[in-house]
Ligand binder design. Structure first.
Ligand code: T4K
Length: 398
């Protein structure tokens, strides 16, 4: 533990963690159950193309998410691309800048212009008034993100899309296992898209899904993920290869079996941070509102430079030196990323830009030992107590 600011690793002291402490580690169920599924696939010699494990996982997810159709895909980005193309979107699509770049890329790659809207300062969800102001005759959809285990402003976005007669989609990569007014995320809008990447609270190594209550859309997505085949030699539509393999589905079945435990462990980590951050000022933990049951996978805080005494980026530098690999998702905001910066040079998204400069994600989730959170908490309190002296020393080093 640090007694003096000279003990900080940034100033030459020993690292608080000998090995890197990642922002997240994959949560895994029983290795034996996973291997049982893999052995069964091995014996069947059936490894992909709508295999029995994929079908079983799809039906379990439909029950879990209370949605009519779950179409598994190779990753979340391919699910998003398929839905965008299955719905025939074109022209312009409105989305938040403050999200992962994948949706903007999926649009831009097929010549649809991503139009970046700001988020609301309180909810961090798409700002509905700004979306309304951005709608033009070219707008073909709105794609909102449920961010950090919270949900978007679903009702207001639905009302807007209904009045404009355009589809509403959700990027739900962060919201598996969350509910909104008691209803599971997965059945809202025309379709929702999940990522089952290893960094997500429920994962299939790599993978993703589109969920929908629209039977025709689901049928189209199933064909499109498999080159457009409707049977052995009939190709009905253009498509691609976006299938999930049996080994990925085996991981999904394994992890879904322990998902209730994952949620409990996520909440324990989140609560532990909440108690620690309440003992000093300047780091405000993001806590979803009452109507959302969060998956608590993301431990995200806003750094208030004035009250905490350290800027977000100085804090990040100190933590990384200690081997605590906190992240600043989603810095700097998609509209300021290289592929979009020039065409959005005039875009003014004050809430997004402010948040992108203040936010930090701490190591959290179900796999982090509670004693590691205690150590991080101790360090954060030490930094808060000595912030001015540390900042002065960092300035001298710069
Ligand atoms: N929408 C949203 C809101 C998303 O966040 C994402 C993906 C998508 C859509 C698209 O879904 P996918 O097409 O990816 O299914 C990661 C992931 O690659 C990406 O899936 C994720 N979001 C994004 C937010 O984060 P990186 O480059 O930040 O990940 P990386 O490799 O630095 O890993 C993060 C931490 O996780 C590391 O500190 C180590 C740990 N880790 C990672 C992997 C892969 C492990 O411990 N084990 C592992 O196997 O992008």
């Amino acid at each position: 533990m640090k007694q003096d600011i000279g003990d900080l690793a940034l100033f030459g002291g020993g690292k608080l963690f000998p090995d890197p402490l990642h922002v997240t580690r994959p949560t895994v169920g029983s290795k034996d159950i996973f291997l049982d599924h893999v052995n069964a696939a091995w014996d069947r010699l059936w490894f992909t193309n709508d295999g029995p494990l994929v079908r079983e996982l799809e039906s379990q997810l439909e029950r879990e998410l209370q949605v009519d159709h779950c179409v598994l895909t190779s990753n979340g980005t391919s699910a998003m691309s398929l839905v965008i193309q299955a719905l025939g979107l074109k022209g312009e699509v409105i989305l938040p800048s403050f999200t992962f770049v994948s949706t903007a890329h999926a649009l831009q790659m097929i010549g649809i212009k991503p139009v970046f809207a700001d988020i609301d300062a309180t909810t961090w969800s798409l700002d509905v008034d700004h979306c309304r102001a951005l709608i033009t005759p070219e707008t073909s959809a709105i794609i909102a993100t449920h961010l950090f285990g919270d949900t978007a402003d679903i009702e207001a976005l639905e009302a807007l899309c209904r009045s404009e007669n355009i589809p509403l989609l959700f990027d739900s990569a962060h919201a598996f296992g969350c509910t909104h007014h008691g209803k599971p995320v997965g059945g809202f809008g025309v379709a929702e898209i999940f990522s089952f990447h290893a960094t997500k609270t429920f994962h299939t190594f790599e993978g993703g899904a589109a969920t929908t209550n629209d039977e025709q859309l689901a049928a189209r997505l199933r064909k499109m993920r498999n080159f457009g085949f409707s049977d052995f030699d009939h190709i009905d539509t253009i498509g691609t290869n976006a299938k999930l393999s049996e080994i990925h589905a085996a991981m999904g079945l394994t992890n879904l079996a322990v998902f209730d435990d994952t949620l409990i462990a996520n909440a324990q980590s989140h609560d532990h941070y909440a108690k620690i951050l309440a003992t000093f000022t300047g780091l405000t933990l993001r806590t979803p509102p009452e109507h959302v049951a969060s998956n608590h996978h993301y431990v995200v805080a806003e750094v208030d430079h004035d009250t905490f005494g350290l800027s977000r980026d100085n804090l990040l530098q100190i933590l990384h030196a200690e081997n605590i690999l906190a992240r600043r998702y989603f810095y700097p905001g998609t509209h300021r990323c290289a592929p979009y910066a020039e065409s959005n040079a005039d875009a003014h998204l004050p809430v997004t830009e402010n948040l992108a400069d203040r936010i930090i994600q701490f190591p959290g989730g179900a796999s982090i030992p509670q004693e590691d959170i205690t150590k991080i908490g101790w360090l954060l309190a030490f930094l808060a107590a000595n912030a001015n002296e540390i900042t002065a020393r960092m300035n001298r080093l710069a």
